[in-house]
Ligand binder design. Structure first.
Ligand code: FEO
Length: 171
């Protein structure tokens, strides 16, 4: 049976993952509003990935005899000053998620909860990838900040991202 403190931390993290998904959908809607369809598609995939993160936590908590308890998701922002501002906020958000995951790892060590510690490793690795891929987009946007032609090319490149549902996550 999972410790109540860890159950609470996982439930809280599920809320964050759901908020991440909600915010990324809002960012996709912003990109659609400024006619950047590739950026929107990239962000919608980002939103879907967050939902697979929720399911990982859900399945793990349930498997450990814990109780999934969902809570209100706060409203995301709806407007940004520029495509660059969106991706800057995305990177900041992912860095925050990383620090939350690290705090959960610390808690698992404190509780000597080896099962949760092992489970969280996937998220530790995932956050390295998440930050790296967002930073790549950020650097491209920065280089093309005043270059509409460059933004057009970035939009086309981001349109190529595909979503592959992870085989180890249930529907
Ligand atoms: Fe689920 Fe992007 O962190």
């Amino acid at each position: 049976m999972i410790d109540k403190k860890m159950q609470d931390a996982i439930n809280e993290q599920m809320n964050w993952e759901l908020y991440s998904s909600y915010m990324y959908f809002s960012m996709a809607a912003y990109f659609d509003s400024v006619n950047l369809k590739g950026c929107s598609s990239w962000m919608r995939i980002q939103a879907m990935e967050e939902q697979t993160h929720v399911k990982r936590f859900y399945d793990f908590l349930t498997a450990r005899g814990g109780r999934v308890l969902l809570s209100a998701i706060k409203a995301p922002p709806t407007e940004w000053d520029s495509p660059l501002a969106v991706i800057e906020e995305t990177l900041k958000h992912e860095q925050h998620v990383t620090s939350r995951i690290n705090d959960m790892v610390d808690l698992s060590l404190e509780l000597k909860d080896h099962a949760t510690n092992s489970f969280l490793r996937w998220f530790v690795d995932e956050q390295v990838e998440e930050e790296e891929s967002v930073d790549e987009v950020l650097q491209s946007l920065k280089l093309n900040e005043n270059n509409p032609g460059g933004l057009f090319i970035i939009d086309k490149e981001l349109a190529a991202r595909t979503f592959v549902p992870p085989a180890d996550v249930s529907l």
